[in-house]
Design a binder for this molecule. Sequence first.
Ligand SMILES: Cc1cc2nc3c(=O)[nH]c(=O)nc-3n(C[C@H](O)[C@H](O)[C@H](O)COP(=O)(O)OP(=O)(O)OC[C@H]3O[C@@H](n4cnc5c(N)ncnc54)[C@H](O)[C@@H]3O)c2cc1C
Length: 328
Amino acid sequence: MHIWVVVEGDDHGMREGSCEILTAAGNVQGGVLAAAIVLAPNTEDLVKEVTEFGPQSIYLTEEWPESASGESLAEFLGELIEREQPGLVLAAETLFGRGLLTKTALRYQMPFFPDCISVSLEQDSLLFERLWYGERLSAFLTSAQERPVLATWREGLVNVKKRSGLNSHVQKLRPPSQRSNLIRFLEEIKADPRTVDLSEAEVIVAGGGGMGSAAGFQRIYELAELIGAAVGGSRVARDNGWIPLTRQIGQTGKIVAPSVIISCGISGATQHAFGMRDAKKIIAINKDKNAPIFKIADAGIVGDVHEVLPELIKRIREGKENARPMGA
Ligand SMILES: Cc1cc2nc3c(=O)[nH]c(=O)nc-3n(C[C@H](O)[C@H](O)[C@H](O)COP(=O)(O)OP(=O)(O)OC[C@H]3O[C@@H](n4cnc5c(N)ncnc54)[C@H](O)[C@@H]3O)c2cc1C
């Protein structure tokens, strides 16, 4: 089965989620990573990056129209899918990926499975795994239609792996049509890390029962603000009213997969660990050297959070002060 991946990127390069999905698509047993569709301006560097994942073809636009909108991109993608008939088209579960595939699916009447956590091929049928009931149950879904199927894949679940020695055939196509430009893209405004959905956060500072009180928990907010991280916590933190339910990490809270999580005064109970086990780096601060959190941590400090955190915050502040350019 031919699998396509819609690649998302900007001037800084390819989005991590696109790298993950290119990796995952190449790993689907019985599937072939047939094409990557690069829908972005300044594609030159992106194409180089995409080639490292070895899709057979890379489709991109001859030039990027000033007024490219979700509608015109959906039209571009939809017509390409109609013409080439791949079995599956994947994108990252992002605002862009979800928006684009939703519009394409609606317009071209294609089956769409958003927010999947895995995709597999079982006896020529595609199986899409999604989490249901507050993420406590896995549901496996399949499409009753044989048309090309669209799906978005949740970010942070796949370890990126490039494949060497493969050549991609780059094809430039006419840019998205201007016919349906009802909406224009103006600018991208970065989300405020303090309010960003925890499951999308790159860096998280999380606090637990060891923070002791609402006043003690303020240190978590202070550190998070200083390093541009999102705030999370354990159920004890939530039960004490230091964080809302949307900030609780774990089995009955959010599943997170940040690059780094700093876990402060959290025991690391199974139900909590379940929600943060996919973090790439776990740094734990706990006064009990036998706390289970140290079993899953990459780095740890055995100490009192009320001593360690103020010192850490002070040192980061000093580091930032010293890093300021002369005269600023
Ligand atoms: C069905 C079910 C679902 C659950 N779902 C979740 C969930 O989604 N998320 C979740 O988090 N929990 C969940 N729990 C609860 C879970 O079992 C634990 O009770 C909870 O995670 C404990 O939170 P905690 O580690 O912050 O607090 P505590 O158990 O109070 O642990 C505090 C930790 O901080 C350390 N500490 C104390 N004082 C200091 C200090 N001054 N400096 C440094 N370290 C200190 C202690 O050594 C200890 O390790 C669930 C439980 C059940 C039964």
